[in-house]
Design a protein around this ligand. Sequence first.
Ligand code: ATP
Length: 226
Amino acid sequence: TTTDKNRLRIAIQKSGRLSDESQSLFKRCGMKINLADRRLLAHVANMPIDLMLVRSSDIPGLVMDGVCDLGIVGDNTLEEHALERELTNENSDYDKIMSLKFGACRLSIALPEETEYQGIQSLDGMRLATTYPRLLTRFGNDNNIKFEFCKLNGSVEVAPRVGLADGICDLVSTGTTLEANGLKEVEVIYQSKAALIQGSQPLSAEKQKTLNTLIPRIEGVLKAKE
Ligand code: ATP
């Protein structure tokens, strides 16, 4: 319908580590979210806003391409996607409106317990399994070392055990998954949190008005959490 154009569209993770916190942030902002029918778009009943529920790895692209006006995504996913787009000369512009207070984790290199670790240089030439080859390459370039990759989108932590890789570069929060898989964390290469991002395309006057109302509410919710 024509009125849909005037509704601010925000991409959030459908299910996973960021989905509950993303939804509860918006609920605390006063949104009445109609999630009952599990569609791609969830209408907010009392504000001109729609939430698009998608895979977190799709969120940077949806915002950069202007399909969604805003998104909540981890810095890790965002930065990896932006680096990938820079390589392929696709539009990688966005604005980070604010860092949120959830989804904290670190991207780390981990090796099997039995592998002796003698500093960053000893990683040179290793084959690492990761979902984040671009962030890993940047770390390698900054430290004058080269890696080989095995790109995996899940179960990265089993790669060394099955002989796919010498080690991994994966997200860590508590470290229990590493420990359970006989791995030790040797280098932290990136610190991440969830962020609220906006595409670089200008918003319509109606959407901008909605956003101007939303931002102070989000700031209020974050303040109250301190
Ligand atoms: P999707 O399947 O939705 O594309 P995903 O597989 O990355 O994404 P999750 O495992 O739910 O889904 O992770 C979503 C985000 O949560 C990560 O990108 C990261 O920013 C954050 N996060 C926080 N702590 C961790 C952790 N310990 N492990 C993985 N991700 C974490």
